[in-house]
Ligand binder design. Structure first.
Ligand SMILES: Cc1cc2nc3c(=O)[nH]c(=O)nc-3n(C[C@H](O)[C@H](O)[C@H](O)COP(=O)(O)OP(=O)(O)OC[C@H]3O[C@@H](n4cnc5c(N)ncnc54)[C@H](O)[C@@H]3O)c2cc1C
Ligand SMILES: NC(=O)c1ccc[n+]([C@@H]2O[C@H](COP(=O)([O-])OP(=O)(O)OC[C@H]3O[C@@H](n4cnc5c(N)ncnc54)[C@H](O)[C@@H]3O)[C@@H](O)[C@H]2O)c1
Length: 474
């Protein structure tokens, strides 16, 4: 193992530091690539300009799921005979969120990195030439040199459509960091951030209107996903307006009042449908890799090169910064693979492409992996789709009196293997991993029939799905 300069993590000097791997960005992907490289015998430095642990830990995955779980429990209990319905208590729910984000203090994550043998350097990282990164931090400037690789793991930023600029509208950070619950909230977008945020903000007491440009929620999924999630949101009192675009937006006294606080006066929205007056607008219209102020041009890399992966052999992009799938588990997967590769470790390669799973923590929840039926056909596969209502499994109906949902398997006619799967309903976020394993392992559906699910669990939905396939396939 080569030795890095072992100066203390938080101090900065103008001395030049050298390590095998320099990682810009200390989110989950940055942490993982450094950890795996280090475990393979390399020295690694992580440069972080804000909080170690990244957006995921403080402003995205963790606070959103900390807010959503009690909401799900309360709604489940409200539909379970024999239980008194617990109420969502705003103050306690926000306190739970605060605990899960460690009150925005990253000392624990810094300690983890140090214990794992990694160095943390505070400051903004910028590439200044081949294998060199200038860090501008609280203690001045220093230059880090990477013997083997510079890894960009800088995450992503929210996209704001022109009509919503200048409002100081909420980003997803404000939604996860909510302090003042807006009495009336418009959410623009129909993707994952929009539907999850609508779920917790409605439960906190906001009157939520969802303004969706397209004709469906969660449009990247099987069509029934958006329909079921929409029904769940409407049941929770959310006003879902499809095919509605914001044309103009005005707000008096727009200003940054702080994370999760209402950012000014009443907002007046003119839309392609009815006009709307709200106390806050949450912009949830997608995210883009954070590649600005990174010095890529100093080594001749344009944003197009970065997107296409045309990079010098010492430079790597992973996680949201790479933009393949903006999901923590995917970024961490890319990080594990890259960290091991940098350290010269050889791992068993999968037989085919690795499918991307996603869990959406709405009510009902969603779990999906791989291709939808339409995507598989477009990719040239002959496809058979198995479908079943989630209540086809007695276990689902036992979990919740009003259990609703659906499941599909997308099966390749030639190989008899799964290409994709989607589950909506109780336990959907857990059910999906069985499908991920079947896809990666290329297990023919014939064999899956011998994977016996326990009775009475939701997993029995697999039996219903497999039974609905043509006899020749099973
Ligand atoms: C509201 C919300 C909820 C989400 N929920 C989930 C979920 O439940 N499950 C899931 O899988 N995904 C979820 N995501 C997506 C997930 O947050 C991202 O995919 C994940 O954070 C990406 O990890 P990352 O390490 O690539 O980037 P990040 O977590 O964004 O970390 C990047 C880090 O790099 C630092 N940085 C950036 N530029 C520089 C620089 N030049 N110098 C130094 N440091 C820099 C940043 O300060 C940051 O700490 C959610 C996203 C949102 C918005
Ligand atoms: N549970 C999870 O895994 C989870 C939770 C939240 C976010 N994320 C990830 O974070 C990323 C960002 O999520 P997101 O919901 O912001 O993005 P998204 O791409 O999932 O959805 C964006 C939505 O905004 C709409 N839109 C885009 N431009 C618009 C415009 N100009 N005007 C009106 N509508 C517009 C799109 O039609 C779409 O409905 C996603 O990749 C998502 O997977 C994951």
């Amino acid at each position: 193992m080569t030795t890095a300069n072992q100066s203390t993590p938080e101090t900065g000097t103008s001395a030049e530091d050298v390590a095998d791997v320099v990682v810009i960005g200390g989110g989950p992907t940055g942490e993982n690539v450094a950890q795996y490289a280090h475990e393979g015998g390399l020295s690694a430095v992580i440069v972080e300009e804000a909080l170690m642990g990244g957006d995921c830990s403080y402003y995205a995955c963790m606070p959103s799921k900390a807010l959503l779980r009690p909401v799900e429990v309360a709604r489940t209990a409200a539909h379970l005979d024999g239980v008194d319905s617990p109420a969502v208590r705003v103050r306690e729910l926000l306190a739970r969120r605060d605990a899960w984000v460690s009150h925005y203090d990253d000392a624990g994550q810094v300690r983890w990195a140090q214990d794992a043998g990694l160095r943390v350097v505070r400051g903004h990282g910028e590439i200044t030439g081949p294998r060199t990164v200038r860090v501008t931090g609280p203690d001045g400037e220093r230059t880090l040199t990477a013997r083997r690789a510079v890894v960009v793991a800088t995450g992503s930023t929210g996209v704001v459509p022109p009509a919503l600029e200048g409002l100081h509208a909420w980003s997803s950070k404000d939604a996860t960091g909510v302090v003042e619950v807006p009495p009336r909230l418009a959410i623009v977008g129909g993707g994952v951030v929009a539907v999850e945020a609508a779920t917790w903000l409605a439960a906190l007491g906001s009157s939520v209107t969802l303004l969706v440009r397209g004709d469906a929620l969660l449009a990247k999924n099987e069509p029934f996903v958006g329909e079921l999630v929409r029904a769940g949101l409407e049941d929770a009192g959310v006003d879902v307006r499809l095919n509605t675009t914001v044309e103009t937006a005005h707000r008096e006294d727009a200003r940054d009042t702080g994370l999760g606080r209402i950012h000014g006066g009443t907002v007046r929205l003119r839309t392609t449908g009815d006009p709307l007056e709200v106390d806050e607008v949450l912009v949830a219209t997608g995210r883009t890799p954070r590649l600005t102020d990174l010095g890529l041009e100093s080594v001749g890399v344009t944003p197009e090169d970065a997107r296409a992966g045309r990079l010098p052999d010492w430079l790597h992009l992973i996680g949201d910064a790479a933009g393949t799938a903006l999901l923590t588990h995917w970024g961490k997967y890319e990080a594990r693979v890259l960290g091991s590769r940098l350290a010269g470790r050889h791992e068993t390669a999968p037989d085919g492409p690795v499918p991307v799973p996603q869990a959406v923590f709405t009510d009902p929840p969603v779990g999906a992996v791989g291709m939808t039926g339409a995507e598989a056909r477009e990719a040239g596969h002959g496809v058979v789709v198995a479908e079943a209502p989630i209540t086809g499994a007695a276990g689902a109906a036992l979990l919740r009196d009003d259990a609703a949902g659906r499941a599909t398997l997308v099966v390749d006619e030639d190989s008899g293997c799964l290409l994709g799967a989607t589950f909506v309903g109780p336990e959907a976020t857990e059910l999906v991993h069985g499908a991920t394993i079947a896809i990666v392992g290329r297990v023919p559906v014939k064999l899956l029939r011998h994977a016996v699910p326990s009775y009475p669990t939701v997993s029995e939905i697999w039996l219903r799905l497999l039974e609905s396939l043509p006899a020749a396939l099973r």
